[in-house]
Ligand binder design. Structure first.
Ligand code: NAI
Ligand code: CS2
Length: 493
């Protein structure tokens, strides 16, 4: 018995429709935890609400995640999402909008074929920040990265998400078909614009006429996506199996909260996602995206680095430490919210309190190590825009400075006990080499990290107030350790 046969299980909310009716309208690249808990569940509930079965999802993994695809396929791509409610109760939903899954790391052709079909009207992405192959500080396509270099030389056999999109669009153009919409759902600032720039830069390098067609015809809506979805642990899987009485290898455990703000710009239509709770279409996503990246993700990264270094394994454990809680609240209100330009009546103080409540959820074991991953890709959008505004206004950025110091300490790959840290980052080797060179000289260490043009733009790196704040924070962190450095910072706020 697999999970897809468990529609009748009393613990699982009824499915609402017959999954066999579904056909592909969306191709999704990046079948990870987040897609299953967010867009795929929204789409599932939208299909149930509207009866529009032609918006099913064909989801693919192009790099890694091949086993997951095979496991999901064995259970008809159905899986459960357990939502941990704030009162400690759980809601379990069966999700069946993904009706096809593809493991194409070895051979991308089956995915390209689906992308070329006329019925595919949206290609959505959760490929992590690094999947866009853009220099995080400048937004320029990194043409010398191995993946992009390969695709520019082998346009008929692309391996990157960008290459696949460009090739599929080229073939649709040639066949006289309308282009699909490209919808980024990653935590990247202006994610639609960034995806557009990346795709167009790639197309320009291959065929300028195609690039022009893409720039005129293809929609790249921006989206703000929010739901905390920690990576599943063996304990999560065991608990789901015990509760449901059936094994679910695609199971997800997440929070009850979810939000999706979508720019309403689609070339070939879209599901009415706003028919279900938490999704809405707007003209301009940017304020919401900035709010989320700076307030939620920015505090997540402070907690991830300072928490990991202090031995706190999860975000909820950090929130049990009053100093961590107070620094987080101060950062959100004074160093993030204060830099935002929001539509009238947006209650940022209320948003901050809601975030703190979400971070405190004991049912979510969100590891600081997971969030600390890919720091070189995350630092610019999470902290640096706020830092620029605070500096221009002559305001303190003590929390951001300690966050950056924490990132430098962490990326050096040796913890406070002298043990190695397993750092996952596309720049991990370069960062460790920098750290090894300057370990005995904190000022030189900070200067070296601030000289990383892929992360810190040169104008900010030349700001002496900024450099002094980070250097001071780094020296305190080295001398006192993360826990005490946070306590001392909390005492000054
Ligand atoms: P995950 O680790 O479960 O999945 C990562 C996915 O990205 C996999 O499907 C993998 O195949 C794909 N991927 C990784 N590098 C790639 C590359 N270079 N090119 C193409 N595909 C690549 O992670 P999860 O939780 O699904 O998160 C994925 C992204 O979703 C995040 O990086 C973030 O941008 C976004 N997100 C995640 C949230 C969360 O709480 N987990 C919430 C909001 C957004
Ligand atoms: C986290 C995010 O892993 C990270 O970097 O900050 O994935 C965070 O959980 C989501 O953005 C919440 O929507």
């Amino acid at each position: 018995m697999t999970i897809s046969k468990h529609y009748q299980n009393d613990l699982i909310q009824p499915n609402g429709y017959d999954a066999k009716e579904i056909s592909t309208g969306i191709v999704h690249i990046g079948l990870g935890a987040f897609h299953r808990a967010h867009q795929a569940l929204y789409t599932h509930e939208t299909i149930a609400a509207t009866g529009e079965f032609s918006w099913g999802i064909c989801a693919a993994n192009i790099l890694g995640g091949q086993d997951l695809v095979h496991e999901l396929a064995q259970q008809d791509n159905a899986y459960t999402v357990t939502e941990m409610n704030p009162d400690g109760s759980r809601t379990v939903k069966l999700a069946t909008a993904i009706h096809k899954s593809l493991a194409v790391e070895e051979d991308r052709r089956p995915l390209l074929e689906v992308m070329e079909q006329e019925s595919t009207r949206i290609v959505s992405l959760t490929i992590t920040e690094k999947g866009y192959c853009l220099n995080p500080a400048t937004g320029q396509l990194m043409k010398d990265s191995p993946l992009i270099d390969h695709d520019l030389n082998n346009p008929e056999h692309p391996r990157s998400a960008l290459g696949l999109i460009v090739t599929a669009l080229a073939r649709r153009k040639q066949a006289g078909l309308k282009p699909f919409t490209v919808m980024s759902c990653d935590n990247v600032p202006d994610n639609g614009k960034r995806a557009r720039e990346a795709v167009i830069q790639m197309a320009e390098a291959m065929n300028p006429q195609l690039a022009l067609w893409i720039s005129e015809e293809v929609a790249f809506p921006c989206t703000m996506v929010d739901r905390i979805v920690p990576a599943m642990t063996p304990q999560n899987f065991a608990e789901v199996q015990e509760r449901l009485g059936v094994e679910d290898k695609g199971a997800i455990v997440t929070e009850a909260f979810r939000q999706w703000v979508i720019e309403d710009h689609f070339t070939m239509g879209r599901p009415d996602w706003d028919q279900v709770d938490g999704a809405r279409f707007v003209k301009d996503v940017q304020p919401y995206e900035d709010m989320k990246l700076r307030m939620l993700n920015g505090s997540h990264s402070i907690l991830a680095y300072l928490g990991y270094l202090a031995g706190y394994e999860t975000i909820d454990a950090c929130m049990q430490d009053d100093n961590y809680l107070n620094v987080t609240r101060h950062y959100m209100n004074e160093e993030a919210a204060a830099t935002l330009n929001m539509p009238e009546k947006t209650d940022l103080a209320g948003y901050a309190e809601l975030l703190i409540e979400r971070f405190t959820n004991p049912g979510l074991k969100h590891r600081t190590w997971q969030i600390a991953m890919d720091g070189s890709q995350k630092v610019p959008q999470r902290w640096l825009n706020s830092a620029r505004t605070l500096l221009a206004e002559g305001k303190s950025l003590a929390c951001i400075a300690l966050g950056i110091a924490g990132w430098i300490r962490y990326a050096g790959a040796i913890d406070e006990q002298g043990q190695a840290i397993e750092v996952f980052d596309p720049m991990a080797v370069e960062l460790k080499a920098l750290a090894d060179r300057h370990r005995n000289d904190p000022e030189a260490m900070v200067a070296a990290f601030m000289g990383l043009e892929q992360v810190i733009d040169p104008a900010l790196a030349a700001n002496t107030t900024f450099i002094a704040a980070v250097t001071d924070a780094y020296q305190r962190l080295l001398a006192k350790g993360a826990r005490l450095a946070m306590a001392e910072l909390a005492a000054t706020l």
